[in-house]
Design a protein around this ligand. Sequence first.
Ligand SMILES: Nc1ncnc2c1ncn2[C@@H]1O[C@H](COP(=O)(O)OP(=O)(O)OP(=O)(O)O)[C@@H](O)[C@H]1O
Ligand SMILES: [Mg+2]
Length: 348
Amino acid sequence: MSVNLHPAIHPAVNPPSSPLLEVHDLSIGFATGPADRSGRPALATVERLSLQLQPGQTLGLVGESGSGKSLLALAVMGLLPPTARILGGRLRVAGQDLLNATPAQWQHLRRHTLAMVFQNPRQALNPVRPIGLQLQDALQSRAPLSRAQAQAQALALLEQVDIDQAPARLKAYPHELSGGMCQRVLLALALSREPRLLLADEPTTGLDITTQAAILKLLTRLASERHMATLLITHNLAMARQHCSYLAVMHAGQLVETGPAAQVLQHPLHPYTRGLRAATPQRGLALGDLQAMPGSLPDLGRADLPACRFAERCLQVQTRCDTQAPEWRPQASAPSGALHQAACWSLN
Ligand SMILES: Nc1ncnc2c1ncn2[C@@H]1O[C@H](COP(=O)(O)OP(=O)(O)OP(=O)(O)O)[C@@H](O)[C@H]1O
Ligand SMILES: [Mg+2]
């Protein structure tokens, strides 16, 4: 029996056109662990992760804190911490191999193809430069523009992210803006690159609930208008369901389930996704019915991690979960025809 370690490629999720983001069998480790003769760490923090994203698609990446969501986004941006090492696999954006990209290719990618918005928008902005000038700097770094042209484009960007009194705001410093407005400015900075892929890493953390909803609505509207692929990292399953067409669920550095967002959350296949859903407040569910996820994320520095890293927390654990990585098998087809699949021996 052939062992399928990767989510299957399905025409509805991955049409014949080449994907914008292609992550194949990607493993990332840290140099602090034991190293082999080539100096590579032996332990993979993110282990053999595969997923694809088509132009215009919005993929929600969910999972508990420490599951490797940000590491994946940082790898795509070429911004991994200096101690991190790519241990294997492939990473392509718009057909370009990121793992062998030259500094000039990275510069081009970051100015024209990729953009990322982070949490803590205020920290991501330069505190001593008015936001209008920060936008002008970004615009002028990618195309030769006169000051007047850059100013006009900066204003247009602020208007696109629905900042009220945009002409006056151009002169504002980040500390003069609310957290929600700072996140809109970061979005405007991201849009100034006309990216084909936007990585949003918990872009609404720290904002009040109304502002969170408004920012995500804006982000998904802009992504759809610009046919921009979006990877949205979030802890909030309800928001992921509302704003993403697809979901990928990560646990302890491993991808465990993928599929259309509504299908994954209505009919979760993997015991981990079921646990996440049961621990999440939902309409019609009393708070007293919420169930805490059993156990905690295993220490990813451990040399004796089970093949399925959820095994020690799993009520459906089998003996082979310890030593054999579970196969990915398509389990069901959503009404759209897109695949819904999970990597778990209990499903076979
Ligand atoms: N600089 C680092 N050095 C060593 N290990 C690291 C470093 N950064 C991350 N890690 C390891 O990688 C794992 C994944 O980290 P990552 O930041 O990607 O998690 P995350 O899913 O984004 O969590 P959160 O939801 O809290 O943001 C962590 O649990 C930690 O073990
Ligand atoms: Mg993170």
